[in-house]
Ligand binder design. Structure first.
Ligand code: FAD
Ligand code: 2HG
Ligand code: ZN
Length: 454
C-alpha cells in the first residue's frame, strides 16, 4: 500500500489527529536529540492504548511496513530515528499511572510516562524510584526499559533491568503479552520481560512496566572532591564505598570538562584552582549521613579539597557541574559520542591509553571524558571531529576492547555502534541474538537497522 492509504488505515485505528503526516511536524520526531541522526518516516502514529498499539503493529505488518518505537526521543545512539519508509510509533500517549501498591512497593505505569512523572508519583506514595538521570523530564519508562537506562544511582540500586518486576508489550505480529502481576518469585522458565530490557525496540513495543520502588531517604549530603587524577578518583570511590553503605552516587568530571562547563555557564567552582579531576559523591539515608561521609573522606589521602552541601540549593549547584556536561557539549558540537565501561581498576590505564592514542592519531580531536565512575562508565565525547567519524569511533572502541571493556555501558547500540558489536559480544552470543531476533520478529519489521550488525 502507498503512504496515503496506510495513513488512512492508521487514522481509522487511532483517530486522524493521532496520525501525523505533515512534513514540519514529523521533522521533530525524525531527528534525534543530538541532531546527528536524521530519518524520514512515512507517518508518525500516536496510539493511546495497548490495544491501539497492537492494532497499529498488525496494520503495519499486513502492509509489510516497519515500525520504529519512540518514547521521549532522548536516546543518544540514533535508535529511535526511523529508517526510510517506516512508521514511527510514538508512545507518549500511553500514560497509565496505577496507584502505588504499598504492600509490594511496586507500581505499574504506561510506557509513555516520563521518568520525572514516575519519580513524582512514587514520591506522593512516600517512596522513590531508584533510577534517575539528566533527561528525566522527557525520557519515558518504555524507552528506559528498551535501552536498559543506567544513570546516576546504579551503584546503589542497579540499572532499569534490576527494577523490572513485569512488562506488557506488543509482539511483531501484534499480539499483546501481559506479565504485570509483579511476582518477585516466579521460576516458571525464563523471565521474558528481561529479554525486552536493552532490546532497543527490535523485539517488541513496550506498553507498560511493573517497577520496583525503594524507600525515600530524606537526609542527603553531596560532596565535590578534588583529586590529582583518575587513579586517585578511583581510590577515593573504592574507600568511600567500602565504608559507607549510604553512598548513592559517585560521578567523575575532569579538568577539560570542568573548564568547559564553568566557562560556558558562568558557574563558580568551589576550589582555589581547577583540579585534574573531581568526584561528586552523594549519600542518602534516614539519618544525616554527613558525618559518615566526612569520616570516609578523612581516611582518603588522595583528597586535595572538598566542597560539601547538605541543603538542596548548594547540592544542585554541585550536580549542575556534572549534569550540564551533555548540554554544553551539544551546544559546541555535536561531538562524537561514545559511552564505554571498563573494570574500575582499569579506568586509569584505559583513559591514559585512550588520550594518548587520540593525541597521536587525531591531533585535532578534543576529547572530554566524564561519567559514572562508580560503575566504571566513562562518557567519551570528542569535539573537533565529525560526530559520525568512523575511524575515530573505531580507534576509541579498539582501546576499549584492548582493556576488555564494553563499547556501550548504558546508551545502547542503536544505529551508531552496531558494526562494533563484535568487540563486546562473542560470535556465539551474536548468533544467539540473531536467532532471538529471527524468532520474535521473523520479517524484521521492528526497528530494522538498529542493534544488530548489518
Ligand atoms: P527514545 O530515545 O525515544 O528511544 C530509545 C530506544 O528505545 C530506541 O531504540 C527506541 O526504538 C526504543 N524505544 C523507546 N520506547 C520504546 C517502547 N515503548 N517499546 C520498545 N522500544 C522503545 N541514558 C542513561 O542510561 N544514563 C544517563 O545518565 C543518561 N543521561 C542522559 C542525559 C541527557 C541530557 C540525554 C539527552 C540523554 C541521556 N541518556 C542517558 C540517554 C536516554 O535518556 C536514555 O537512553 C533513555 O532511556 C531513552 O528514553 P526515551 O524515552 O527518550 O527513548
Ligand atoms: C550522562 O551521564 C549521560 O550525563 C549523557 O549518560 C552522557 O552526553 C553524554 O555523553
Ligand atoms: Zn550517563
Amino acid at each position: 500500500v502507498g503512504a496515503p492509504e496506510l495513513a488512512a488505515r492508521l487514522a481509522e485505528l487511532v483517530g486522524p489527529v493521532n496520525v501525523l503526516v505533515d512534513d514540519d511536524v514529523r521533522t521533530g520526531f525524525d531527528r534525534d536529540w543530538t541532531g546527528t541522526w536524521q530519518g524520514r518516516s512515512l507517518a508518525v502514529v500516536r496510539p493511546g492504548t495497548t490495544e491501539e498499539v497492537a492494532a497499529v503493529v498488525r496494520c503495519c505488518a499486513e502492509a509489510g511496513v516497519a515500525v520504529v518505537p519512540q518514547g521521549g526521543n532522548t536516546g543518544l545512539v540514533g535508535g529511535a530515528v526511523p529508517s526510510g519508509g517506516s512508521v514511527l510509533l510514538s508512545t507518549t500517549r500511553l500514560r497509565r499511572l496505577d496507584p502505588v501498591d504499598p504492600v509490594s512497593s511496586q507500581v505499574t505505569v504506561g510506557a509513555g510516562v516520563s521518568i520525572a512523572q514516575l519519580h513524582a508519583h512514587a514520591g506522593e506514595a512516600g517512596l522513590a524510584y531508584g533510577v534517575d538521570w539528566g533527561a528525566r523530564d522527557s525520557a519515558t519508562v518504555g524507552g528506559s526499559v528498551a535501552t536498559n537506562a543506567g544513570g546516576l544511582r546504579v551503584l546503589r540500586y542497579g540499572d532499569t533491568r534490576a527494577q523490572l518486576r513485569g512488562l506488557e508489550w506488543v509482539t511483531a505480529s501484534g499480539q499483546v503479552v501481559t506479565r504485570l502481576d509483579g511476582l518477585v518469585k516466579d521460576n516458571t522458565g525464563p523471565f521474558l520481560p528481561a529479554l525486552l530490557a536493552g532490546s532497543e525496540g527490535t523485539l517488541g513495543v513496550i506498553t507498560a512496566a511493573r517497577l520496583q520502588l525503594v524507600p525515600q531517604l530524606p537526609e542527603r549530603v553531596t560532596a565535590l572532591v578534588a583529586v590529582d587524577g583518575i587513579a586517585e578518583a578511583v581510590q577515593v570511590v573504592a574507600r568511600v564505598r567500602a565504608s559507607t553503605p549510604s553512598l548513592e552516587a559517585a560521578e567523575l568530571v575532569l579538568r577539560d570538562g570542568i573548564d568547559l562547563v564553568t566557562g560556558h555557564l558562568g558557574l563558580g567552582l568551589p576550589f582555589d584552582r581547577v583540579p585534574e579531576a573531581a568526584v561528586l559523591l552523594e549519600c542518602a539515608d534516614r539519618h544525616d549521613p554527613t558525618e559518615d561521609l566526612a569520616t570516609a573522606l578523612a581516611g582518603c589521602p588522595e583528597v586535595l579539597d572538598a566542597a560539601v552541601a547538605t541543603e538542596p540549593g548548594p547540592a544542585a549547584a554541585l550536580w549542575r557541574l556534572r549534569e550540564a556536561h551533555t548540554e554544553v557539549l551539544a551546544s559546541l558540537g555535536p561531538p562524537l559520542k561514545l559511552d564505554v565501561s571498563v573494570a574500575p581498576d582499569r579506568l586509569a590505564p584505559f583513559t591514559a591509553d585512550l588520550l594518548a592514542a587520540l593525541a597521536e592519531r587525531v591531533p585535532a580531536s578534543r576529547p572530554v571524558l566524564f561519567g559514572h565512575i562508580g560503575d566504571g562508565n566513562v562518557h567519551v565525547n570528542v569535539l573537533g571531529v565529525d560526530p559520525l567519524d568512523h575511524d575515530v569511533a573505531g580507534l576509541v572502541l579498539g582501546v576499549v576492547a584492548r582493556h576488555r571493556g564494553s563499547i556501550s555501558a548504558e546508551h545502547g547500540i542503536g544505529r551508531a555502534k552496531r558494526e562494533w558489536l563484535h568487540l563486546t559480544r562473542s560470535p556465539a552470543e551474536i548468533e544467539l541474538l540473531r536467532a532471538i531476533k529471527a524468532a520474535l520478529d521473523p520479517k524484521g519489521l521492528l526497528n530494522p537497522g538498529v542493534l544488530f550488525p548489518g
